[in-house]
Design a protein around this ligand. Structure first.
Ligand SMILES: C[S@@+](CC[C@H](N)C(=O)[O-])C[C@H]1O[C@@H](n2cnc3c(N)ncnc32)[C@H](O)[C@@H]1O
Length: 302
């Protein structure tokens, strides 16, 4: 596969080897001015004399360009990274995103194809004085990162789209943040513009599309309703059949595993449903009736 270059503002194909150096001088001159902090990490120390990376050097599927510090900060801010999180950077380069996450107290991990960059990342982590970060040599397309709470990316649109089904299969609520590049028709939940660069953010939605049987309460007063949901990523719409009434849901919203909507009961009264959905065919939560009374409900796929 021909590697691409994530030059800013637009990606470009890596030139043949003979033209690569000149192309990068032209394309990345301005970029390099903003990279002094990242490059300063590569000063000869702790064995760096054996290997010095070059911005724009080829990678397996995309070249190495480090994310500027202010974009790293925005990405980790949007994902609200805390010490409770396990953060994985896919294509971790010199390790700076994973190290920044570790500095926030998170457990962090970088997956990088280039073994020299993996070794450099480990040296950079040592320099930074963080020990809650690990780096591994590997191909992100055959690696298992399902345990992550937060995924960070600086790849290319085509690679993001290739990763998209894998990301969408992660646990609902997993946060994903990308420097510069989008996810095709999976629109971001938040975008920040930073001096011509972008930081984009998504929350992995639960898979809720389909027909559900909803049971409110238990025993003699239990009610069974029918819920039908349509879903396009985090956007949902649907209908509820409640007794003889069949009505569209009002203001349905889905963020991670949290599904909220308002439905009309058999008397035409508004009821607010607040649910937690997994990808296991189950949903449960609270329905708040027109007088504020709260009842528990569960739902299973029908
Ligand atoms: C644009 S750089 C981003 C580096 C880092 N994430 C950052 O934002 O500073 C992309 C990195 O992905 C690595 N890479 C390319 N293809 C890869 C693959 N299939 N698996 C793992 N790493 C890969 C490259 O070697 C490069 O270091």
């Amino acid at each position: 596969m021909t590697p691409f270059v994530p030059a800013l503002p637009e990606p470009m194909a890596t030139a043949p080897t003979s033209r690569r150096s000149a192309t990068w001088k032209l394309c990345c001159g301005a970029l390099l001015l903003g990279l002094a902090p990242a490059l300063s990490l590569a000063q000869p120390k702790l064995g760096d004399e054996a290997y010095q990376p070059e911005v724009g050097q080829p990678g397996k599927d995309v070249v190495w360009v480090p994310t500027p510090d202010e974009v790293v900060k925005a990405m980790l801010d949007m994902a609200q990274v805390t010490k409770k999180d396990y953060v994985v950077d896919l294509g971790s380069g010199d390790g700076k995103i994973a190290i920044a996450a570790a500095r926030r107290g998170a457990r962090a991990h970088g997956i990088e194809y280039n073994p020299d960059m993996v070794a450099l990342s480990k040296r950079n982590a040592e320099r930074a004085g963080v020990n809650n970060v690990t780096f591994v040599q590997g191909d992100i397309f055959v690696s298992d990162f399902r345990d992550a709470d937060v995924i960070t990316l600086y790849l290319l649109p085509s690679l993001n789209e290739k990763l998209r089904p894998i990301l969408l299969d992660m646990k609902p609520g997993t946060r994903v943040t990308s420097h510069q590049f989008d996810m095709g028709d999976w629109t971001p939940d938040e975008t920040r513009e930073l001096d011509g660069r972008r930081a984009l953010f998504w929350v992995v939605p639960a898979k809720v599309e389909g027909d559900w049987s909803v049971q409110i309460g238990t025993g003699a007063r239990a009610e069974t309703l029918k819920l039908s949901l349509l879903q396009s990523y985090q956007k949902v719409s649907g209908r509820m059949v409640w007794g003889t009434r069949d009505a569209a849901l009002d203001q349905p919203s889905l963020r991670g595993g949290r599904l909220v909507f308002t439905a009309l009961d058999a008397n035409g009264q508004r009821n607010r449903f607040e649910a937690t959905a997994g990808n296991d065919g189950r949903m449960s939560g609270t329905v708040i009736g027109p007088n504020g009374q709260r009842r528990n409900f569960t739902a299973t796929r029908s």
